[in-house]
Design a protein around this ligand. Sequence first.
Ligand code: CA
Ligand code: CA
Ligand code: CA
Ligand code: CA
Ligand code: ZN
Length: 564
Amino acid sequence: MLLLVSTFTLSVGATTTSDAAISTLAIEHVETPSVNRTWSDISLIYQDEWHDPAEVDEEIELIHNTVPELVDIEVIGESYQGRNITCIRITNELNTEQKAKTQVVAHHHAREQITVELSLRFIIHLLNNYGDDETITEYVNTQEIYVIPTLNPDGLERVVNEEDYWLRKNLRPYDDDGDGRFDEDPWDDADGDSYVSGFDVYTKTGPGGEPEFQYTYYEGIDDDADGFFNEDYIGLVDLNRNYATGWGSGSSSSDVRSQIYHGPTAFSEPETQAYRDWVSQHKFAMVYALHSGINATYFPTNYYDNWYESTLYYRVVQDFAAMYPMGFNDFYDVTAQTSNGQYDKPQLASAPSGMWGAWMYVERGTTLPITFEVYHNGSSDNPSTYVDIVDNSTHLIQEWHEIFSYFTPDDAYIEDLWQYYIPAFDYLLEMTPRLAATLGVASNAIQEGEEMSLSVSINCLSPRLSTEDGIELRGGDGTLLHLWSVLDGGESHILPITITLPVDLNETGYILRLGNEYSGYTQFLLTSIPSDASPDLLLPAIVIVTLVAVVIVVYYVKLYSKTH
Ligand SMILES: [Ca+2]
Ligand SMILES: [Ca+2]
Ligand SMILES: [Ca+2]
Ligand SMILES: [Ca+2]
Ligand SMILES: [Zn+2]
């Protein structure tokens, strides 16, 4: 019903009346029509199988070609090996005004390829529901939804095509053993069972003979025949320890062989540089970074181990709990038969530690960056999956080959997992703060320099998140005319404002923009209506404007009350 307004347009500066003084002011809420849906439901080319980076590109190209009206692609940079890091934007492109923005960034970590699959399905979910589902259509019309399916395409290539399910980090080469050669002796599947086993070594020489963990070694061969096994594995930097906030501290490591090696400096890697440079051009209130492998949802914390926004985060946790009363792990607990029946997702990180979330909060002003873990296999680290291969008076060595299922489900379950998470992705769009705004005229003014009194009505449509920054009223040329304070989630205000008209409305229309970079902007067009305009047209037009304004307010009041 919002779109009704766009079905008529008042004449802009079309008056030729000789008596401007009796013209009246008209305000048009500049609305964008919905895109006519011309496409049938889209399916993935590679359904139910893991995508390598080339296949991700293929899917993106097909999606873009099928729905160019809603889809834009931007290559934000290149990985170490020169693969594209691509960002897909989904929005109604008929509206070129800046809208509210949100983002899903997947696949910091190579072996978490399930996150690539969910992000592709998220895109298709939006496109297949556009024009059919009123809520999704409204989200795509009023938001710019950015999706980065893989931040680590080199890692994806190796995990999917080389079946190296241990790889977490990026693929910058490193000479671990200082022999002048790089990555020359990785871990290998020596026995050809498709998995690289890990071997946990315990000694039993202590008091009481209880096994005491010493170290883990991995299956492999001496690839370079130097007498050492697996001494130079591939992969170097943990991209989720390479951000600047808390870099080099907390839960990160300066050991190049560590899975949480933070890199030589913050933003040392081409992947994190590309992300940093892209994200710095935008403001986001709430975003997801997708991960897998642990039963947790991370909200960013400061150095004192407290959530940055404890009240907001607590409420969001309650929302997640309401959506998933048995916890996010229902899906895989059912398939793995290890249900614990508890909602135990939210966790504190010990410190920022160079991780994405704290950097997004501290440096990029994102109030709610959620590190969203989408898969954990409760059975894959069950004690029964460890096989004793040595158990004597001095040593216990246990083999574990569940690494594949630890971070990802069997590919037969990808679609089920996506279906399970749809509400959580819809929630991201529902929470993104955007405005419902109307503008009423309190005193008439037509000529340049005249004072014009307006009544601004605004409502923050996110039930939880505020507009982050104050609400701006800008002229079409960008001039800031007024700044109101931040609007809380769900809050509405009617605000009076008097401005000096900078143009003569008898000669030209005047655009007003209301909003901010987080919420996006709503445009209003001020025009004059000559007194001799056909009453047949004019009166119904004014009535329709008023009616639509009332309908919008009623609609959003209902929407608002529904979400509480
Ligand atoms: Ca080497
Ligand atoms: Ca093996
Ligand atoms: Ca070797
Ligand atoms: Ca090897
Ligand atoms: Zn991860």
